[in-house]
Design a protein around this ligand. Structure first.
Ligand code: GLU
Length: 488
């Protein structure tokens, strides 16, 4: 059986978008499931919109998501180079082949002439299709145009390819995701495959690259369906085997419009900067079109690969529910190995002097604050009181929990007990705190009120990490300092 080879071919005109990550993921999963190869090709032919920073971002984001490629610009492979701009000398040969076979022709029309054609079509309320004015120029006519200094672009003759390979102008293909798809080729104008400056266009370069890289299956967004018909005709004109195609539904924002910056983050790196875990993000992205065969949606990449079947991918659009992503991210934060989580949390704690705590203490702090956060950036605020000497009271907390007579009584008694507390022994501390609460309970003060008071004095808040952890990490001196500062 022929080897399964798939690819992701991002254009580096921006940071890796979650939509491209989803396409990359489904290709990766398809390769994994079928013992195939996953290829990365950088389509950087639009020099003006391309930048090295975007290329680096694409590499880093795919790697961070665990979507490692078997062949690509950095790792090489048998069908390189894998960067389109390094392949420019490959394309002319295939242009020539199409010219020789009569499936392509030189077009000398100027941009102004083409613009006039388009305007005419608009005026007549017709869809614009190139007039084919240059298809049957004689050698003498071409010479004359050349002598005028015109440089030809090369166009693909849609009608010739259609007639050579299809009985009807309506051509079909069986999409792996969407089933039968068809297009009336008379509505496809003869498109440019090579510009007058010698640069190949997307539809042409992509076919040559996929053909030479022996890509067997092309899985990509449904926005490419109209391109697929053009590409099929090019494959056929070159006598090449046409790969199988699968087109994925689009990813829409919760308001059903195109997902864009105004809805929130869209680039993988932006999500990471906001404190999303790549494991959660890739799991969430997989669910944009795929669903597990059991009811458990939380799955690792390997588990998803086992369960993935391209034919079962939904052909409709998916909604990018940020709320669901937040929930899922929270689940991953809750379960993550504490050492790994602490490492990921550090960039979000840059404003604190981390040398105040040992690594072990920091892990305790993270373990005690990881619930109920949904993104790591929540930690920045949630761990604030573990650092520095003084605390900042949240609004209303001082008035309600410190300034009352009862609160002052509680704090004074707590202060008097501190010397007997065992700050190095978490278990013992918990017992001592229980005794402390019981003491006031006997006097009719609810334990939670007692603890709110102490918590408010130590953290400036009424909610947060476990009190035992707070006392232990702050240590006796800081605890005493904050308690005594709260006593008036
Ligand atoms: N460079 C194209 C894009 O980013 C690739 C499309 C394709 O997969 O053929 O849209």
């Amino acid at each position: 059986m022929e080897e399964i080879r798939v690819r992701i071919a991002p254009s580096p005109s921006g940071n890796l978008h979650v939509g491209t990550a989803r396409t990359a993921l489904f290709n990766y999963l398809f390769a994994k499931k079928n013992n195939g190869k996953f290829v990365l090709r950088i389509e950087d032919t639009d020099a003006e919109r391309t930048s090295q920073a975007y290329i680096d971002n694409i590499f880093d984001s795919l790697k961070a998501l665990g979507l490692n490629w078997d062949e690509g610009p950095d790792v090489g492979g048998p069908y390189g180079p894998y960067t389109q701009s390094e392949r420019f000398d490959i394309y002319p040969k295939y242009v020539q082949e199409l010219l020789d076979k009569g499936f392509a022709y030189e077009c000398f029309c100027t941009p102004e002439e083409l613009e006039a054609e388009k305007e005419e079509a608009t005026k007549n309320k017709q869809a614009y299709v190139y007039s084919k004015k240059c298809e049957n120029l004689t050698e003498a006519e071409k010479e004359k145009l050349r002598a005028e200094g015109r440089k030809p672009a090369i166009r693909f003759s849609v009608s010739k390819a259609q007639k050579a390979f299809h009985d009807s102008p309506i051509i079909h293909f069986e999409d792996l995701v969407k089933g039968d798809l068809h297009q009336d080729t008379s509505l496809i104008g003869d498109f440019v495959i090579m510009k007058s400056n010698g640069a190949p266009t997307y539809n042409f370069a992509v076919v040559i690259d996929d053909m030479l890289m022996k890509i067997s299956h092309i899985i990509r967004g449904e926005d490419h369906i109209s391109n697929t018909f053009k590409q099929i005709l090019i494959y056929e004109a070159l006598g090449a085997e046409v790969p199988k195609f699968g087109h994925l539904g689009m990813i829409l924002a919760p308001d059903r419009s195109k997902l864009s910056k105004r809805h929130g983050a869209t680039a993988v790196s932006e999500f990471v900067e906001k404190g999303y875990l790549t494991e959660a993000l890739i799991n969430f992205v997989a669910l944009l079109g795929w669903s597990p065969s059991d009811s458990n949606e939380i799955k690792s990449l390997d588990e998803i690969a086992q369960d993935f079947r391209i034919h079962e991918v939904s052909s409709s659009n998916s909604i990018f529910e940020y709320d669901k992503l937040n929930w899922m991210n929270g689940q991953y934060i809750k379960k993550m190995d504490i050492k790994a989580l602490t490492k990921l949390a550090k960039p979000f704690l840059a404003k604190y002097d981390l040398s105040e705590l040992t690594e072990e203490q920091l892990e305790k702090v993270i373990a005690a604050t990881r619930e109920p956060i949904t993104v790591l950036s929540d930690l920045t605020n949630d761990v604030a009181y573990f650092f520095g000497k003084d605390i900042v009271y949240e609004e209303g907390v001082k008035e309600a929990n410190i300034d009352t007579e009862q609160a002052q009584t509680i704090l004074k008694y707590f202060d008097s007990q501190l010397d007997s507390y065992d700050f190095d022994n978490e278990e013992k501390l918990h017992e001592q705190l229980a005794d402390f609460r019981a003491y006031f309970k006997e006097q009719g003060i609810k334990p939670k009120v007692t603890m709110w008071t102490v918590r408010a004095a130590l953290t400036g808040r009424t909610h947060g990490a476990d009190m035992g952890v707070i006392l232990e990490v702050l240590g006796k001196d800081k605890v005493k300092y904050r308690i005594e500062k709260a006593i008036v």
